[in-house]
Every structure is written in structure tokens, then in C-alpha cells.
Design a protein around this ligand. Structure first.
Ligand code: ACK
Length: 218
């Protein structure tokens, strides 16, 4: 009935502790600041502006709001496929409210989104919905958890769901052996350009911090 439906959240996920949210946001700011100063980025600016000559400020380009998190299951208050089944899983119930360490291994920027790639542990993968990669990239046969990310910002008019889709595109290209153009050894890590406006910074030192597995009702 309707009561049951409204008892499902907008989504389940790991919610980053406040200190880590601040740290990630500040890393992302540094990343954008560095990126916009690079000649190679300027040479590919039309990926973002559509025209080579147009001015744009990368630091103003993305809008981020809300608590930083890594979505496991988007439930849409029960309207999303498999929402109820996910919420009823024993491991979801058991681990609800538990703290685990979330690891961020890369930052990425596309003309649509700014995000952080999350590397899940075996234990965290038990909370990962089996169809997450398949539903978005049915033919790619990507490892479970490939889509795991934290959205740090979206360009104007872009929906949050896009960050995970952009990450899947990146992972797919990397899987196909597309190493990309090695651009720069930055203090934070190695920056590569995969084409089509896809920039990836692989962190020298992955950063880890506690996060709480819970849900968001909005
Ligand atoms: O940044 P995100 O992971 O992308 O966090 C938000 C959260 O759920 C609330 O909107 C994610 N989200 C939205 N729509 C979908 C979808 N269709 N599939 C998977 N995740 C989604 C969004």
C-alpha cells in the first residue's frame, strides 16, 4: 500500500563524515584550479564551451550541494526497479547505520560533472546492487562497483545521476586499454586526458575516511 511505498528512501549510500567532505571539496577546488591553468586543458577547452574562443571559469562551472555521499541504491521512494528487494536484503538491514572506511582513488572532470571515484572493499560490495553497472552499460561487462562515486558538482542543468554514468564511460575507456594522453604529474597524482572532455586524476595516495551506511529521504 501507499504507506509501505513512502517508507522507502530516495536512496541508500555511504555518507561521508564532515571532515572528509571538507577535505574532498578542497581537493576538488585545488584540482580545478590546477587544471584550468594547464596549456593542455586550454587546448581542449572547446569540450566544455562548444567554441574554442569562448571564455569560461572552470571553478564556477560546477554547482555542488547537499551532503557528500556514495550512492549504493537509488530507490526513488520505491519507484525505482528493485528498490524494495534491495531494502529488504538482510545485509542492508544488518549494516544499516554502520560505519566503514570509504576510499577515494581518483578525481574526474567532464563537461557535465565533477566527481570522485570510490574503490569499494569486498565487504562494501555486499551492499552494492547487482544491476548498477548493467542497467547503465549493458554491453560493457564492467566489474561490480565500477560506478561507485561521490558527486562533487554538476554543470548547470545536469542531473546528479550523470556523475556515475560519466565514471562508467571513463572506466570503459580504461578497460579498452585507452590509457589516454598522459598530461602531467601533479602533486596530487597523475593527470590523464581520455578525449571527449574526460579528465582523470589518479591519486598518488588514495584517501580514506569513515562513512555511515544509511539512507536519505530528502
Ligand atoms: O550523485 P548521486 O550518486 O546521483 O546521488 C544522487 C542520488 O541518487 C539522489 O538523487 C543518485 N541517482 C539519481 N538518479 C539515479 C538513477 N536513476 N540511478 C542511480 N543513481 C541515481 C544521484
Amino acid at each position: 500500500g501507499p504507506l509501505e511505498e513512502t517508507s522507502l528512501p530516495l536512496f541508500f549510500g555511504w555518507f561521508l563524515c564532515p571532515d572528509f567532505q571538507d577535505k574532498l571539496r578542497s581537493m576538488a577546488r585545488d584540482f580545478l584550479k590546477t587544471l584550468k591553468g594547464l596549456e593542455t586543458f586550454k587546448n581542449h577547452l572547446s569540450d566544455f564551451t562548444g567554441e574554442a574562443e569562448k571564455e569560461m571559469d572552470l571553478e564556477q562551472y560546477f554547482q555542488g550541494k547537499g551532503v557528500l555521499h556514495c550512492t549504493t541504491k537509488f530507490c526513488d521512494y520505491g519507484k525505482a526497479e528493485g528498490a524494495k528487494e534491495y531494502a529488504e536484503q538482510q545485509c542492508v538491514r544488518d549494516r544499516y547505520g554502520s560505519i566503514s572506511e570509504v576510499e577515494v582513488s581518483a578525481l574526474f572532470v567532464t563537461p557535465r560533472t565533477l566527481g570522485a571515484k570510490v574503490s569499494l572493499t569486498e565487504e562494501q560490495l555486499q551492499l552494492w546492487p547487482a544491476g548498477a553497472e548493467k542497467e547503465a552499460a549493458p554491453d560493457a561487462d564492467l566489474p561490480l562497483g565500477s560506478r561507485a562515486h561521490v558527486t562533487l558538482g554538476c554543470a548547470e542543468g545536469v542531473e546528479l545521476v550523470q556523475t556515475g554514468l560519466d565514471l562508467l564511460e571513463i572506466v570503459q575507456l580504461q578497460k579498452q586499454g585507452e590509457e589516454g594522453e598522459r598530461v602531467e604529474d601533479l602533486e596530487l597524482g597523475l593527470l590523464t586526458y581520455l578525449g571527449k572532455g574526460l579528465w582523470v586524476l589518479s591519486l598518488r595516495e588514495p584517501c580514506r575516511a569513515p562513512a555511515c551506511f544509511a539512507s536519505y529521504y530528502g
